[in-house]
Ligand binder design. Structure first.
Ligand code: GSH
Length: 372
């Protein structure tokens, strides 16, 4: 058996059902936007609708549609008692599966989750919330589960309710629904399935974000990207370059009431800006036949409180060019570097950057828009 799924999508319900049943199954991750499986295969050849879940059964059937897939799993593993046998209770299960699929999943959540859905569609979907959640609330006030015991309908509803925070739906408005959801999240099969898929979901989001940056979005393609992960912030937190080259403890300096003794963001910015500026100087120097690869920069970053509890930064780059004796030549080189350096370009017009070269401040200068 193989479940085609997308992390935290409705296919989570089938994973939950498989875990409940202790079933052996493979799981193939699908990017439902790109319509590709994780190994790059065209998902549309597997599922023409390009939607998960798809269950490839041991009999070789490709089954789609939550209601069918969930009931298939329940029937295939009867010992797990995930669906009542045929009869009125089975009809009741189908009633709930239909309600979740059509009245909640499609009628409300799809429009609210889909970034391409027009605002009108979202408003229409929001109008449907009170009636439908009212029905759920009344039922769950008197019942622990949708049927008398846990069933695949609860697995489906748990997966759908997980989306509430993503669409700004505060479940606290329906206390019985909220309590039910919290209870379900503690159920071992659901806790495991959600834990696994939540990690995959975050990784998928990270990859999408990277792909967006790498493709340049509306901008041109970047020459380089890097990601750092910071936990705990500047007062005692940790910063780590995700690719592993650097791991730092961070600490508030004494001047800001901290213990000091470990780097802080201003210091890292001071190094980052100066290092980049120096490389630009060196490259420009080569182009202009000026020796600038022996430059040394004292980079000072100040954190300055301004009105209304806000802060701004300012930077002073004190540049020594020991091999450039001519003051005018040194100043020209630094001004040109300032036009090229991405950090200068990032902060220009926002914060004050005081440049000095060989002890002489550059001050306000008319600079060419493009370095030659
Ligand atoms: N009618 C299908 C709908 C399944 C569905 O909406 N799946 C979503 C994930 S929760 C999906 O794959 N969306 C991608 C798309 O529609 O392109 C069912 O009930 O199983």
């Amino acid at each position: 058996m193989n479940l085609y799924f997308s992390p935290m999508a409705c296919s989570l319900a089938t994973r939950i059902a498989l875990y409940e049943a202790g079933a052996r199954s493979e799981f193939t991750q699908v990017d439902t936007r790109a319509k590709r499986t994780i190994d790059g295969s065209d998902f549309l050849t597997i599922a023409p609708m390009g939607q998960v879940p798809v269950l490839h059964t041991d009999d070789g059937i490709l089954l789609t549609e939550n209601t069918a897939v969930l009931q298939y799993v329940a029937d295939r593993f009867p010992h797990a008692e995930l669906a009542p046998p045929s009869g009125p209770e089975r009809a009741r299960l189908q009633q709930w599966l239909g309600f979740i699929g059509t009245e909640l999943h499609k009628a409300i959540f799809i429009a609210l989750l889909d970034p391409r859905a027009p605002e009108g569609a979202k408003t229409y979907a929001r109008e449907k919330i009170p009636l439908r959640f009212g029905v759920l609330e009344r039922h769950l006030t008197e019942h622990d589960f949708l049927l008398d015991r846990f069933s695949v309908a609860d697995a489906y509803l748990a997966a759908i309710l997980n989306w509430a925070p993503f669409v700004g739906l505060d479940l606290a408005r329906w206390s019985a629904v909220q309590e039910y959801h919290k209870r379900l999240l503690k159920r071992p099969s659901i806790e495991k399935a959600v834990g696994e898929e939540w990690r995959m979901y975050q990784e998928e989001q990270r990859q999408r974000q990277l792909a967006k940056i790498s493709s340049g979005g509306a901008m041109t393609k970047p020459a380089y990207t890097t990601t750092a992960r910071v936990k705990g912030g500047r007062a005692g937190g940790q910063g780590r370059i995700t690719s592993g080259e650097l791991e730092l403890q961070l600490q508030l300096p004494k001047e800001l009431g901290g213990p000091g003794g470990a780097p802080n963001p201003e210091q890292l910015f001071a190094i980052g800006y100066a290092a980049c500026f120096e490389s630009v100087l060196s490259i420009l120097g080569q182009r202009m036949k000026i020796t600038a690869d022996d430059a040394v920069i004292d980079s000072t970053v100040a954190l300055i409180p301004i009105e209304n509890g806000r802060f701004k930064l300012s930077v002073a780059l004190d540049i020594s060019l020991p091999s450039v004796a001519d003051a005018q030549e040194a100043a020209d080189l630094v001004r040109k570097a300032d036009q090229i350096c991405p950090y200068s370009n990032a902060v220009r017009g926002n914060i004050e950057v005081a440049l000095a070269v060989n002890g002489a401040p550059l001050g306000e200068q008319k600079v060419p828009a493009q370095a030659s």
